[in-house]
Ligand binder design. Structure first.
Ligand SMILES: [Zn+2]
Length: 52
């Protein structure tokens, strides 16, 4: 998923889906232009996973 880099979005993601950001891959793929959470321009592609 794409992420803008804002801490707020990280928190929101965790709140709404229970998922946390696991890593920012070294090789970035362009999955989209917008942050998955807030819709602002995205800066990073990230892997997110649900914490158990
Ligand atoms: Zn965002």
């Amino acid at each position: 998923m794409m992420w803008c880099g804002e801490r707020e979005c990280e928190d929101k993601l965790k709140e709404e889906t229970g998922a946390t950001i696991r890593c920012i891959p070294f090789e970035q793929e362009n999955l989209g232009d917008k942050c998955h959470i807030c819709g602002k321009p995205a800066k990073h592609m990230i892997y997110a996973a649900r914490a158990y």
